[in-house]
Ligand binder design. Structure first.
Ligand SMILES: [Zn+2]
Ligand SMILES: [Zn+2]
Ligand SMILES: [Zn+2]
Length: 345
């Protein structure tokens, strides 16, 4: 299948609004970054030691076919930064290695970790989708906040991280709600990453099948998997009003709930909104110069000399990436468009 390289794809164009809204709340937690700065470094080092000591690295000469899939995923969603990738299961929180699963570790030097199960049970196209999902987390700068959550579970909950100088009960309540807010955001960030996965594999059936396999369908039933039936099941969510409220409740029920069905539902809704196909069209029809600017508030593509966004009226100011020229929010570790590293601690 011929797939397009979505040049100058800006994550703002496809980020899910629940993800953006929840992250804005998390970003407003006072003192969050400064409290975590040192601990994050220690935690990233710990993860790196554990991962490189227990997993097998995928390179252009070792498991080269899988490495080619990684390169294609990054190229398709325009992430010039090719993260290191490993196969292993020691750092898969609460999952068996033979589950279909993947995650990204670290944020300064993000590394993708594939479970043995995902290599064994996914087709190459499905693997492209899963790796595209992980590359999407990196592209959106999710790793900083994902790592804060992982750091919390390693060093103890936020309770020991942030002290507001209040009495114990108040502090406890406040810190529990910080944990809650961050975990809620983390779930919502999956919707964005799923869109990146689809943009990488560019095949709706493949992306839906991945969600089905993530739900835990056993390999002996793979031949009988019916994408249309699963889509029908996912679409039943249309009957529920105020889904955001349910999703908030799901933070606590996460492990028991068929999360993959909801993710498929959110993905289908996005496809039906026309945005997915619009992105495929815009990023292949336009000249490179025309693709450089994006409204950092609503994701609309802007003309070269537009002073304000025609859709939401906001000003596309802030900085530019020195490598690709895309406009930026100014706080990213990587340029969300080309993957250029913007700052090193
Ligand atoms: Zn994810
Ligand atoms: Zn706008
Ligand atoms: Zn760039």
């Amino acid at each position: 299948m011929e797939r397009k390289k979505l040049l100058m794809l800006n994550p703002i164009e496809y980020e899910h609004k629940f993800d953006k809204n929840a992250l804005n709340v998390v970003k407003k937690i006072p003192g969050l970054k400064s409290v975590f700065r040192k601990k994050l470094q220690d935690y990233e080092r710990y993860e790196t030691v554990l991962n490189t000591g227990s997993s097998v690295k995928v390179t252009s000469t070792h498991f080269s076919e899988i490495h080619d899939i990684l390169k294609e995923a990054c190229a398709n969603i325009h992430l010039n930064y090719i993260p290191e990738m490993y196969i292993g299961s020691s750092l898969m929180n609460g999952h068996s290695g033979w589950d279909v699963n993947a995650c990204t570790l670290g944020y300064d030097n993000p590394m993708i970790l594939l479970s043995p199960g995902s290599v064994e049970y996914l087709t190459p196209d499905e693997l492209l989708c899963v790796i595209g999902h992980e590359a999407g987390h990196i592209k959106s700068g999710h790793q900083l906040y994902h790592e804060m959550i992982n750091t919390m579970s390693y060093f103890g909950s936020a309770i020991t991280q942030i002290s507001f100088g209040l009495n114990d009960l108040l502090e406890n309540t406040l810190n529990q709600s910080i944990d809650y807010m961050m975990n809620y955001w983390s779930r919502m960030s999956e919707f964005t990453a799923d869109r990146a996965g689809l943009l990488a594999c560019q095949d709706i059936d493949v992306a839906i099948n991945v969600e089905m396999k993530l739900c835990g369908v056993p390999p002996k039933l793979y031949d009988e998997m019916n994408t249309d039936e699963f889509i029908k099941q996912a679409k039943e969510f249309e009957n529920f009003k105020n889904l955001e409220k349910y999703y908030k409740e799901l933070v606590e029920l996460d492990h028991t709930h068929p999360w993959g069905v909801i993710r498929a539902f959110e993905l289908l809704k996005w496809i039906e909104s026309g945005k997915y196909h619009q992105i495929l069209d815009i990023h292949t029809e336009c000249e490179l110069e025309e693709l450089k600017r994006t409204c950092m508030k609503c994701g609309t593509k802007l003309n070269k000399d537009e002073k304000f966004c025609g859709d939401c009226g906001s000003k596309p100011e802030i900085g530019n990436c020195s490598k690709c020229g895309a406009n930026l929010l100014g706080e990213e570790a990587f340029c969300g468009v080309c993957g250029e590293r913007l700052w090193i601690r």
